[in-house]
Every structure is written in structure tokens, then in C-alpha cells.
Design a binder for this molecule. Structure first.
Ligand SMILES: [Zn+2]
Length: 262
């Protein structure tokens, strides 16, 4: 792919997934601005499109799974969309060579037995690894999300981007972050009702705050276009990075000047 084609593809992706693109850039700048040990930057999402990973986000917890991943019905063996594509291409080739028709549905070719040695092929039907109507949320992903939210500290931030999901258990995560002492910032065009609900949920727990309730509010609502607001956050992180570099340069110069004087 040529440079121009890559640029056009990136533009197309940004138009389709502007929030995911902005969050990918925010993580990149955030990591660059961390002078000490870098802190975690975790995305927790109920979206199933897999665009966060494509936008460069490194830690993504997908509460409803992903349409870019498959698993077999019998044992839950996983397969990425790319691996499945390769498997399908090979089966099409085999079919063309032998004339024997392949199975109608993609099946699991997993062969590993429990002891780690090669066993018989699983052959169970593959399905997309996402939560379908009537199924429960991915418990393992939810446990990881809860752990990430409860590990936040007062100098961390919990960003809730876009119209918040007011269905539990996902809606519980900002509360968990607030209880850990982290400020919760809701970035949404219109989220006043959600902020009110979040605030009340946090305040219903007496352990949430030590200070009188009216002096400490853990929920801040930035009302506006989420993409514009995220881009403003990126600018703020870049300014912090520039300030840190300028300070470091100044310190080095004054040290050199002192050495010269000595
Ligand atoms: Zn399987």
C-alpha cells in the first residue's frame, strides 16, 4: 500500500470512528508525557467493533465481546478474524483441489488435548465471540473492568465518553472509580441526567466521601462534542509534555552554568 493510500485509509477510519481515533491519540500523547513509570491507560467498552485496537489503544476490555473474534460453541476455543480468514482460504483451496465440499459453517480446528499434547480435532461450530441478545455479559471481562476501576487512585482519572450506558453492570464502573477516590469526568453532549444518577449512586454509599458531601463532588460533566473535547484534552497533554521538556532543559542549563562557575 502506498503512502497516499495509507493516508486515505487513516482518514476514512477517523471519519468512521472519530471518538476511538481521539482516544488512541490521547493514549499515545499521555504515554509520551509520562516521565516516570507510565501508568495504565485502559479502555472499557460495550462496543463490539474492535475499532479501539485499530486506533492504537493498547489495553481494551470488551464487555460485550468482539465481532473480530470467534469461538467454538462446544469448548470456547478462540480464533481471530484473521486466523479464520486464513482457515477459510485453505479450505477453499482444498475444496478446489479435491472436489470434496467443505462444511457449510466454519468449524473449530483446535487439536490440543488438556495435557497439552495433540488430540482429536474439536470440530465444533464457530460463532462470533460477542454477547448476543439474551446472553449474559462476559464475566471474565467484567471482573477485569471492576479491577481496573477499583485500582484507580485520586491522581488518576475515569473518563466516561459519550452517552453513558445506564444499564448495569457497566453503569456501575464509574461509581466504583469514584469510590476508589478517582475523579470521574463525563464527556458528553447531553449527560445531565446520567451525572445526576451517578452522583446520587455515589452519595448513597457513606464510605464514598470523608468530606461533607457538598464540598466534594466526584463527577464533572464536560458538555460538548466528545471528539472536540477529547482533542482539547490531547492539546492539554501535549502542552504538559512541552512544559516538562522546557523545565528539564532549564534545569540542565542551570546545572551546566553552576558547573562552569564552580
Ligand atoms: Zn473448539
Amino acid at each position: 500500500m502506498s503512502r497516499e493510500e495509507r493516508k486515505a485509509k487513516a482518514r476514512e477510519f477517523k471519519d468512521q470512528f472519530p471518538v476511538q481515533t481521539a482516544l488512541g491519540v490521547l493514549e499515545l500523547r499521555f504515554r509520551a508525557s509520562e516521565t516516570k513509570a507510565p501508568r495504565a491507560f485502559t479502555i472499557i467498552t460495550t462496543a463490539m467493533h474492535g475499532a479501539h485496537q485499530e486506533a492504537g489503544s493498547s489495553q481494551v476490555i470488551e464487555l460485550h465481546g468482539s465481532i473480530r473474534r470467534f469461538k467454538c460453541i462446544a469448548k470456547g476455543h478462540y480464533l481471530s478474524a484473521m486466523e479464520l480468514e486464513k482457515q477459510e482460504a485453505k479450505e477453499n483451496e482444498d475444496e478446489a483441489l479435491s472436489g470434496v465440499k467443505k462444511t457449510k459453517y466454519p468449524t473449530c480446528k483446535h487439536k490440543q488435548a488438556a495435557n497439552g499434547e495433540e488430540g482429536t480435532m474439536c470440530n465444533s461450530t464457530l460463532r462470533p465471540d460477542c454477547v448476543l441478545l439474551g446472553e449474559t455479559i462476559d464475566q471474565e471481562a467484567m471482573a477485569r473492568a471492576e479491577l481496573a476501576a477499583s485500582r484507580l487512585r485520586p491522581n488518576d482519572i475515569c473518563l466516561v465518553v459519550g452517552a453513558p450506558d445506564d444499564s448495569y453492570p457497566a453503569a456501575y464502573l464509574p461509581e466504583l472509580a469514584a469510590r476508589s477516590g478517582a475523579p470521574v469526568i463525563l464527556i458528553a453532549q447531553d449527560g445531565a441526567a446520567s451525572v445526576k444518577a451517578m452522583r446520587e449512586a455515589c452519595r448513597s454509599d457513606p464510605k464514598t466521601f470523608d468530606a461533607p458531601q457538598d464540598t466534594q463532588d466526584p463527577i464533572l460533566h464536560l458538555a460538548g462534542d466528545p471528539v472536540d473535547l477529547l482533542e482539547a484534552l490531547v492539546d492539554a497533554v501535549v502542552s504538559r509534555e512541552a512544559l516538562q521538556q522546557a523545565n528539564q532543559q532549564q534545569t540542565e542549563e542551570s546545572q551546566q552554568a553552576q558547573e562552569v562557575l564552580a
